[in-house]
Design a protein around this ligand. Structure first.
Ligand SMILES: NC(=O)c1ccc[n+]([C@@H]2O[C@H](COP(=O)([O-])OP(=O)(O)OC[C@H]3O[C@@H](n4cnc5c(N)ncnc54)[C@H](OP(=O)(O)O)[C@@H]3O)[C@@H](O)[C@H]2O)c1
Length: 222
């Protein structure tokens, strides 16, 4: 069904990235009844995972980008631009692209990474510049892959910060996050991605220091 003013219940989702993020998000979308193509340069690496996701289709980055009315970008940061080029920039035009990447620089074994980009640059802003006709929304980058589709914590509901230039695209992404149990906080335009990527660094740094990987964020209002 084409995307018009009304957002259809079931969506076609193209996932560019076959790591744990791509796999976990694919499972979340499939569970919600959406159709999923997950893209990789090496389909064989998903043979085992496919047993848990028989309804997922596996293809190239281009197959995923062509298929999805919503596209998820979840490659390693250093491969992100390459993956977009391989997918074909035209396949992103007019579509919602959820940027889950974090621009991380791993320099020392066993030490937390640092951000490869900082204000006024950011990964989200770079992605939007690479595909200017796409509606890029930065989201889901501040939580572990294993919690992305479940915003409920034993201590309450987690916050999911998002940022992007297109209000309607943000409302679609917010709906996805809310269905997965998150309280969504809109941080503004895609330029604000530097804040979301810094929040991700807080998450990562805390994880390394405490060897703890199930935490999430909550902004206390009062
Ligand atoms: N892991 C988490 O819990 C988590 C949480 C929040 C955000 N993130 C962010 O989400 C992204 C994905 O993380 P991940 O842990 O799922 O996997 P990852 O290991 O960071 O990335 C795997 C994906 O990157 C692709 N890739 C690597 N080098 C490439 C290149 N040169 N050209 C094109 N593609 C390339 C791989 O392609 P192939 O499929 O062809 O091998 C694969 O699909 C990262 O940016 C990460 O910072 C991760």
């Amino acid at each position: 069904m084409p995307r018009g003013d009304d957002i259809p219940m079931a969506k076609t989702i193209g996932i560019i990235g076959s790591g744990v993020v791509g796999q976990q998000l694919a499972l979340g979308f499939l569970k919600a009844g959406d159709e999923v193509v997950i893209g990789t340069r090496d389909p064989k690496k998903l043979d085992t995972w496919k047993k848990d996701a028989p309804k997922a289709k596996i293809g190239s980055f281009k197959d995923a980008a062509e298929f999805g009315e919503v596209i998820i970008l979840c490659t390693k940061w250093e491969g992100a631009e390459n993956a977009i080029k391989a997918a074909g920039k035209d396949h992103f035009s007019g579509k919602i692209v959820i940027d889950v990447t974090n621009p991380l620089l791993f320099e020392q074994e066993g030490k937390p990474p640092t951000l490869a980009l900082g204000f006024p640059s950011s990964g989200g802003k770079s992605v939007q510049a690479w595909i200017p006709n796409a509606k890029v929304v930065k989201a889901f980058n501040t939580i572990t892959a294993y919690k992305m589709t479940n915003g409920k914590f034993s201590e309450g509901q987690g916050d999911m910060p998002i940022a992007g230039n297109d209000e309607k695209a943000k409302s679609v992404v917010a709906d996805i996050a809310k269905k997965w149990g998150w309280n969504v906080i809109d941080f503004g335009q895609i330029e604000q991605s530097y804040l979301l990527e810094a929040i991700a660094m807080v998450w990562i740094d805390y994880g390394f220091k405490h060897n703890h990987w199930t935490h999430g964020f909550k902004l206390l209002d009062k």
